[in-house]
Ligand binder design. Sequence first.
Ligand code: 5GP
Ligand code: MG
Length: 186
Amino acid sequence: MHEDVARVLISEDALRDRVAALAGEIEQAYEQSVTGITVVAILTGAVVFLSDLMRHLPYRMEVGYITVSSYTGPAVTSGGAKLGVISLPELRNRDVLIVDDILDSGGTLRVVQSVLRDRGPASLRTAVLLRKPGKAPAEVAVDFVGFDVEDVFVVGYGLDFDGYYRNLPYIAELKSERYGRSSDDA
Ligand code: 5GP
Ligand code: MG
């Protein structure tokens, strides 16, 4: 275990099994898709989840991405989200699947879902690896959830603190002293 980690919440094995099962759920939902799906990942947090998930999906697919910055500090999230780089193929009349790392307050997905809906997809669904239950408003709907997690700040498997720890192969909580540092990085 990494020296900055207080405890592992979701092990590498559990992630592998659940992502494979989630891909099965997604595959069923798109059985009728004629065009194939377009996956839109929200970077950077979704990269590890995306790369594991997409290799389980046998469809003809395209992949695009969006970056989102929040207005808050390194380990704090709130409703404020601002779109950054948008690199997307044509979404009109496509079956679009948003892939994100975690649903917390819902601010990020609210913005992304609204922007993508405006591009006229045939369908729009959302998959998140993690969800902190009860925090997002009902109108920010997600269709596929890997794990519900307790309301602590987690890192690993793509999720960062202050830009670091994305490469940890498990989901973990950091030791509290790691949060003491200040930084401008969001
Ligand atoms: P929301 O906009 O739903 O509040 O938060 C979603 C975004 O905030 C996620 O895409 C993620 O980047 C970040 N976030 C929320 N909770 C956590 C957490 O526990 N750990 C990390 N590393 N990022 C989080
Ligand atoms: Mg983030």
